[in-house]
Design a binder for this molecule. Structure first.
Ligand code: G6P
Ligand code: ZN
Length: 544
């Protein structure tokens, strides 16, 4: 039956989009009507679908295929003209962003829980991106959330599932479903930004590269770009076959979850360069022989060197970073005399700056780096920009990093996460600190002096919107800083994130072990928050 039907539904609690869309346990998404309630709330929040074109795809995790079928039927029933879908339902998040822009779609529905594990007992997610290709701004996500509270009906078709394995167009009611190769347009975009000949020559000269796709969505992208187009030997891409449960792994490219790759570069005879990406392909981890590049440093190094790649040869308009990201990039922006912006956590806050041409590169401590080529962070893009810089500068990753610190100084940096903390305990830690903020200035703790402490609030310079309570900042004399905030992407209890930063000028000691360099700040945070005491945790679960 291709006539739209309207079905009654009652609202579900808690369909509140977080840092990056709605994230829940997969089984929650599988509840009868759950996807339908959220998707209809999205369609209602954007004033319907009549005549619109959407991009739909996801990272291939468990329930991706089923949710896509539901979305397509609902889009058709709500009057959409066309849905562009990645073959097999796959699209990396940056590739989806690119498709929305290239095809001038009205928006996109991206199915992913990013770096969270996948599977029936793990996580699922769904988010809406707007016509600029970026995550919907808070004004839209708030409207969606409001709708979820009162939703009473949704529209769908009673049609069988479509076959999304064959390229081409098929009709679904009055809507066209266009199945596209997920890689083609994205790879073409990369060729316009980077000097593929130079990278090919670097690799042909014996420069060894490894890329860990972590059984997630970047496998097909990396095979095509690194191996087929850039000539890297077969076997360069590890774990390149997407799996619904990511091979039971945790597809988060950090030294904990991508440990085998880190061990490889730290060992004798390891590759010259290694990288990994996450579930949906927007995060990156960069490694060189014996070195791990922190995401904050990666942003700074890329900002300082981006002009070496064709796509950025005219220089950068500005650099933007999320507040908890280290201020290493700020020093580069200052030297280049370009704009420098500090936004709340969440890629969506970069959208306006990119659209307005104020920022060209953006980055976050959470392993996200990207540019104005799309409106999402982009894992493979970061890998290719690094390779382009390495091909031009003909130095090792470690030497580029050292040279950077010797020029700008080093921002020692680490994030400590306390995961799945009981929500009331986590709130007590934050509330306790917030209550003391007024009298912290001047306090001496663990040999450090608090210079200033506040809650970060952001005034968007483009649309004038204000986002408050985006994390507590404690600035110490001498340029060190600690930030505390609760994660907006977790699905179990609360995750407390403590971001630690210590600045060392270029002429200081640039080679201290990171955790040792930050030990005093860790102690100061404990004294100011009693975090470990209040949560009963002796140590963080994750240190990046
Ligand atoms: C996602 C978002 C990022 C954000 C990260 C961490 O990857 O796209 O913009 O930085 O999550 O967010 P959280 O709220 O968990 O710290
Ligand atoms: Zn991601």
């Amino acid at each position: 039956m291709t006539t739209p039907v309207t079905r009654e539904i009652t609202p579900f609690d808690g369909q509140k989009p977080g840092t990056s869309g709605l994230r829940k346990k997969t089984k929650v998404f599988m509840l009868d009507g759950y996807v339908e309630a959220f998707v209809q709330s999205i369609f209602d929040a954007i004033e319907g679908c009549e005549g619109k074109t959407f991009v739909v795809g996801g990272d291939g995790r468990y329930f991706n295929a089923e949710a896509i079928q539901t979305i397509l039927r609902m889009a058709a029933a709500n009057g959409a003209a066309r849905c562009i879908v990645g073959q097999g339902g796959l699209l990396s998040t940056p590739a989806a962003s690119n498709l929305i822009r290239q095809r001038e779609a009205n928006g996109g529905l991206i199915l992913s829980a990013s770096h969270n594990p996948g599977g029936i007992d793990e996580d699922f997610g769904l988010k809406y991106n707007t016509a600029n290709g970026g995550p919907a701004p808070e004004s839209v996500t708030e409207r969606i959330f409001e709708n979820t509270k009162t939703i009473s009906r949704y529209m769908t078709l009673e049609t069988p599932d479509l076959d999304l394995s064959a390229l081409g167009e098929v009709a679904l009611g009055d809507m066209v479903v266009e199945v596209v190769d997920p890689v083609t347009d994205y790879a073409a975009l990369m060729e316009t930004l980077f000097d593929f000949d130079a990278i090919r020559a670097l690799i042909a000269g014996g420069f060894a590269v490894k890329f860990d796709a972590m059984h997630a969505v970047t496998g097909p992208y990396a095979h095509e770009i690194l191996e087929n187009r850039l000539g890297a030997p077969k076997g360069t891409v590890l774990n390149g076959e997407p799996k619904v449960d990511f091979g039971k792994g945790h597809p988060d490219p950090n030294p904990i979850w991508a440990k085998p790759l880190v061990d490889m570069v730290m060992s004798e005879g390891g590759p010259d360069f290694a990288a990994a990406s996450d579930g949906d392909g927007d995060r990156n981890m960069i490694l060189g022989k014996g070195v791990y590049v922190t995401p904050s440093d990666s942003l700074a190094v890329l900002a300082a060197n981006a002009h070496l790649a064709p796509g950025y040869k005219r220089g950068l308009a500005g650099v933007a970073r999320s507040m908890p990201t280290s201020r290493a990039a700020d020093r580069v922006a200052e030297k280049l005399e370009i704009g420098c912006y500090e936004t709340p956590t969440g890629w969506k806050f970069f959208g306006n700056l990119l659209d307005a041409g104020k920022a060209t590169l953006c980055g976050e401590e959470s392993a996200g780096t990207g540019s104005d080529h799309v409106r999402e962070k982009d894992g493979l893009w970061a890998v290719l920009l690094w390779l382009n810089v390495l091909a031009v500068r003909k130095m090792s990753v470690g030497d580029i990093l050292l040279d950077h610190w010797q020029t700008y100084g080093r921002n020692y940096y680490s994030r400590h996460d306390y995961e799945a903390v009981e929500t009331d305990k986590a709130n007590a830690v934050v509330d306790g600190l917030v209550a003391r903020l007024g009298d912290l200035a001047g306090t001496e703790v663990a040999g450090l002096t608090v210079e200033e402490a506040d809650q970060f609030s952001y005034l968007d310079p483009v649309d004038g919107s204000v986002s408050e309570k985006q994390g507590v900042r404690m600035m110490f004399r001498g340029g060190s800083r600690a930030v505390l905030r609760l994660s907006g992407t977790g699905t179990e209890g609360a995750t407390i994130r403590v971001y630690l930063e210590r600045y060392m000028p270029a002429e200081g000691d640039l080679q201290i072990e990171t955790q040792a360099a930050l030990a005093e700040i860790v102690q100061a945070v404990e004294e100011l928050t009693q975090l470990r005491e209040k949560t009963g945790r002796a140590e963080p679960d994750v240190m990046t």
